[in-house]
Unconditional design. Sequence first.
Lengths: 193, 109
Amino acid sequence: MRLNVLNNGYTIGTKILFKIIKIFSGYPVPDAAKIVFYRPGFYGNQMKKFTHETMRGPSLWSVAERELIAAFISKLNECSFCIGAHTATASIAYKDKTKVDAVLSDLETAPIEESLKAVLICIKKLTLEHSVNSNDMKKVLDAGVTPGQIMDALNVCFAFNVTNRLADAFGFQVPDAKAFETGAKYLLKRGYK
Amino acid sequence: MNKLILPNYKRRASYKAIITRILEGEGNASTRERQAAFENTVFDKPLNTLLNKVALQSKKITDEDVEKLIASGLSEDQIFELIICVAVGQSSRQYEAAINALTEAAANK
């Protein structure tokens, strides 16, 4: 990563934890996980809590749908690390990589429910134009999506708009496909704690 | 706050806690600097160049952008904090704009 403190500035206990994770997983701790362990009281602890609640807590979207929303936002933000991580996680969660790839390549023709598609269209505008208006939200509501579902999706948006920016700013290393798959299985088993 | 988002109050509290901590808690950058980064209203170069990219075009950030900041005398811990503040700030503005739009649309439906 671009800041040396994010490569080497961890406590002894955290360094030992990173080594244990590497021994058991076969891969170094991904940079997305490392940054929440750096001075965790400043950002990491609070962000992990929000992200875990959003991605694994009670929600009107399934885990697979939330991971797909995360991958979709990351694609819009062109964040290579997060595209790889959450495409892999959504693909395993759905047990359908073809569906996930279809959404990321062409939302209009993707074989997903109209309610999810309506939310993703709104999220696309929010992410690319940085704002939406009540007419945009009315279209989502008219598609049968409830306000609670929209809020749950917006929480995913917040989490990944932050993480995408940090990945690009700090320069997260992009691992290979096998490492992403290993990370995806971990995220599905343990979440974002 | 509109009762429509009551099911998300728990997450609302977690969201607010992130912002309160990074802006008001202890840090290496001053609270004024962190607030300006959060709002993306820093005008001093080269800091504003990097922070504006984080907010609006993070894909275009380069090694040189960060190296210039280190050369300008900012510590890595200050840069770490200010990058987090601007990333959270931009994402928060988008999030709040969407909630306001949702609240208005739901009220008129």
